[in-house]
Ligand binder design. Structure first.
Ligand code: 8GP
Length: 830
């Protein structure tokens, strides 16, 4: 496909220095960009100069597809999906764009001709860490799939100057440093100073009367600043569609406050500029209480108003009236972070475009759809009314009005049920009173979805139960997916080649074709090739770990990997209990014959989440002791890979043998790392949680290591008065493990370090580690034994890849398009 694509373009008169896809064109363009954009010549160019020259070379090749797409959209005026997300984690762009353009090989040769290694430039790229984890990465996978499926779409968000912090491990603990990803410039973005919108903040509202005597409301803000569009091209795979990722950056309304200057207040003016620019300065790490985070509310409103104003501008260019807005756009709210959009669209329509309330509400409630990404009550956003009033006084009035009408509807359906009315209200009346953003999102959306079957069911039964009873027709499930382009083709070229040689190239766009692999699952020669691919990825990871962490690991050992945010519900510490169990077993029985394992961890903890940081400390402390202990050498190794990112993931997923998906059942909405591992041939050890349930269904129970309580059992266990202390005392092996941690064995004799974690486990354990411990250990034993039977293990690995087709984000996006967005593909010609 890439080849025909290239030929088609090579055959046209578009073969210029900015568009040509041949080795010669790419080399000429590279040198040209080095010279004219960097002012450099090859002999003095730094790695960064070379990287940028190549990035511009590739970007040029995106640009005419971008223009062609924009033209095609303007002409056809298709229905457009707008994805509103406060987070995007796209990962490095260079490799993905080369892949999607199908020019990786000619580019490699073009550079080699100049003595430059493509891989060094790929490695040099700094990724935009504009997200915390799963939710932001999902948004990026969706952008990839929308473009690949040729669906007209815009992703709207915030261009944070500092993304997710960089994680450094110092003395075994996490230290955060700022992520200055823009330090060397970002060659992929195009700034559009002409696309700028006013953003008002604070002040008060007053009643107005127009010439016809109609009442209206005027919002008199006390601050105004600008949002400027910064665009990144998102190219689909093997197609010409380039969709927009449009991120907003904040600026002072006039770069310079002449009024203040005239009064001699030059510095006051500059300070004001600095203040407005802080809006898009930094991404908030998650798991921190929202309360009091004024800047966070400002950020949410900032990107939402710019995005909606932008949609209205685009809609007006089509000549259609605003009451047809929802026919042009379907707007997806990625969690509640953009939920203020419901009130903002009402404000824009009613106050700024003089639409009547009822007509505006018709448009609004047909525009939005809401995706929920978590059941954890602490993650459900609510804003204190005093703060809300201070920042968005007009929106608060609008929300009160929406709420009053909504609660009338509830009362009509459920007379006398005041408890229900209180539960469902958008306003939480507990002092100081709060705006419940999830309720606003539910009331203002025509569709509400969870991100895996189990999660969607639990949403209906628990946190959104009242809303489900009121509007069952709004509720849907859309099981997450991930893009096989980035997470298989780009991350694992060896596996991709093997798949393409065996199945043809179609699997990356139609992964149901992977099923054909089932036929080869027992073929010895194929199995051998399969193992060689895995082995080469394990060697590459071992080299990286030696380089970064100065720990040598054995590629023949079982690579047992857990990479995700650090959180109690994800239970990295259950994994540690297993490691210490094996450690103890070997210490008591030095001759013990166990499957050699390398445990690899990656993930960040929210800076304010003390227990998660203690978990990181525990992993590193155990690693330190285990890796130095000659008694266990050759059998156990533990590595914490710092600063986990999309880029690190590229090296991690393909190298894993076993994927740890340990969340307490009912807590992980879906998970997406689970999919990336399994698509690369890792077997999963996991609970019946999130998408694990569906992965197991697809790959088959025989090819999945299952343990643990079900979501229902978790609820029941807690309700019946769970006593972890009893389990601790009843299970001698578990007791030995916990006592060893408590004894200071891993903390230089200091018993206090891990005491909070140990105490929490034996007295509270709300994530039920102790309840699941025995099952987990037994299941791990099974996994270790199976690994020794390499034919059996390889067979299971092949079957995992063969049956993971469902978890391509193309399938997810096709379902959103069909069931929620009513959006159709539209091919673009160049
Ligand atoms: C995550 C869920 O935890 C994960 O299970 C799911 O796969 C992913 O979303 C994509 O749907 N949720 C978040 O990342 C999340 O809630 N983040 C907000 C706090 C920022």
């Amino acid at each position: 496909m890439a080849e025909s694509h290239r030929k088609a373009l090579n055959g046209t008169n578009r073969e210029t220095i900015r568009t040509g896809l041949s080795e010669e064109s790419i080399r000429a363009a590279f040198l040209d960009n080095l010279f004219y954009l960097q002012g450099r010549f090859p002999e003095v160019a730094t790695l960064n100069d070379q990287y940028k020259a190549l990035a511009y070379t590739v970007r040029d090749r995106l640009l005419h597809r971008w223009v062609a797409t924009t033209r095609a959209y303007q002409k056809a005026n298709p229905r457009t999906v707008c994805y509103l997300s406060a987070e995007y984690l796209p990962g490095p762009f260079l490799g993905n764009n080369l892949l999607n353009l199908g020019i990786e090989e000619p580019t490699r040769r073009a550079l080699a001709g100049l003595g430059i290694e493509l891989d060094a430039l790929l490695e040099h790229e700094e990724e935009p860490g504009l997200g915390n984890g799963g939710l932001g990465r999902l948004a990026a996978c969706f952008m990839d799939s929308l473009a690949t499926l040729q669906v007209p779409a815009i992703g709207y968000g915030i261009r944070y100057e500092f993304g997710i912090f960089d994680q450094v491990i110092r003395d075994g603990g996490q230290v955060e440093t700022t992520d200055n990803w823009l330090r060397f410039g970002n060659p992929w973005e195009v700034r559009r100073p002409a696309i700028a919108y006013d953003v008002r903040i604070g002040g008060y509202t007053e009643q107005t009367t127009d010439a016809q005597g109609r009442f209206g409301v005027r919002w008199v803000p006390n601050e105004v600043f600008n949002g400027i569009a910064v665009d990144t091209a998102i190219l689909g795979h093997g197609v010409n569609t380039v969709n927009l990722l449009r991120l907003w950056t904040a600026e002072a309304a006039e770069g310079f406050d002449f009024h203040a200057f005239n009064r001699g207040d030059y510095y006051g003016a500059v300070v004001r500029e600095v203040r407005s620019e802080t809006i898009s300065k930094v991404l908030y790490p998650n798991d921190e209480p929202e309360i009091g985070k004024r800047l966070r509310l400002l950020q949410q409103y900032f990107f939402v108003t710019c995005s909606l104003q932008d949609m209205i501008r685009i809609h007006r260019t089509t000549g259609q009236p605003l009451d047809k807005f929802h026919e042009k756009f379907s707007v997806q709210l990625n969690d509640t972070h953009p939920a203020i959009a419901v009130a903002e669209l009402m404000r824009l329509l009613v106050d700024e475009h003089q639409m009547g309330w009822d007509a505006a509400w018709e448009v609004t409630r047909h525009t939005f759809a809401y995706t929920n990404h978590t059941l954890l009550p602490e993650a459900l956003e609510k804003w204190p009314i005093p703060l809300f009033q201070n920042v968005l006084p007009r929106h608060l009035e609008i929300i009160y009005e929406i709420n009053a009408r909504f609660l009338d509807e509830v009362r009509l359906r459920h007379p006398f049920d005041t408890a229900r009315v209180q539960r469902m209200s958008i306003i939480d009346e507990a002092p100081p009173r709060f705006v419940r953003m999830a309720h606003l999102a539910c009331v203002g959306s025509f569709a509400i979805n969870g991100v895996a079957e189990l999660h969607s069911r639990l949403l209906k039964e628990t946190v959104l139960r009242d809303f489900f009873e009121l509007w069952p027709e709004k509720f849907q499930n859309k099981t997450n997916g991930v893009t096989p382009r980035r997470f298989v083709m780009l991350s694992n070229p060896g596996l991709s080649r093997l798949l393409t040689r065996t199945l043809g190239a179609g699997w990356a766009r139609d992964p149901s074709q992977l099923r054909v692999l089932e036929r080869h699952a027992d073929d010895a020669a194929f199995q051998q090739e399969w193992r060689e691919v895995k082995r080469s990825r394990k060697e590459a990871l071992a080299a990286r770990i030696l380089d970064r962490c100065n720990v040598s690991i054995d590629p023949d050992s079982l690579f047992d990997v857990q990479a995700k945010r650090i959180h109690e519900y994800k239970r990295q510490h259950l994994n540690v209990l297993h490691i210490v169990t094996l450690y103890n077993r070997i210490k008591f029985n030095p001759g013990l014959d166990i499957t050699p394992r390398t445990f690899i961890f990656g993930g960040k903890a929210a800076p304010g989440y003390a227990m998660a940081k203690l978990m990181i400390r525990l992993i590193n402390a155990v690693a330190d002791v285990v890796n130095r202990d000659p008694d266990v050498a050759g059998r156990l190794r533990v590595v914490f890979l710092p600063n986990f990112s999309v880029k690190l993931g590229h090296g991690l997923y393909p190298a894993a043998d076993l994927s740890e998906q340990l969340s307490t059942a009912g807590k992980e909405a879906s998970g997406t790392g689970n999919m990336k591992f399994s698509m690369n041939g890792a077997l999963t050890i996991g609970t019946l949680d999130g998408a694990n349930v569906e992965i197991r269904e697809e790959v088959g129970a025989d090819n999945f290591f299952l343990f643990g309580l079900t979501a229902e059992e978790v609820v029941r266990t807690l309700a019946e008065g769970y006593r972890p202390w009893d389990i601790y005392n009843a299970n001698l092996e578990l007791k030995g493990v916990i006592d060893l941690i408590a004894s200071g064995h891993f903390s230089h004799g200091d018993r206090t370090v891990f005491q909070p974690l140990v105490d929490h486990l034996v007295w509270h354990d709300n994530y039920l580690l102790l309840a699941d411990y025995a099952g987990y250990i037994a299941c791990q034993e099974q996994a270790g034994l199976t690994y020794r039977d390499s034919r059996q293990w390889t067979r299971m690995s092949i079957l995992n890849v063969a049956r993971m087709g469902k978890f391509s984000s193309d399938r997810t996006i096709a379902e959103y398009c069909r069931d929620i967005w009513r959006a159709e593909p539209m091919a673009v010609d160049v």
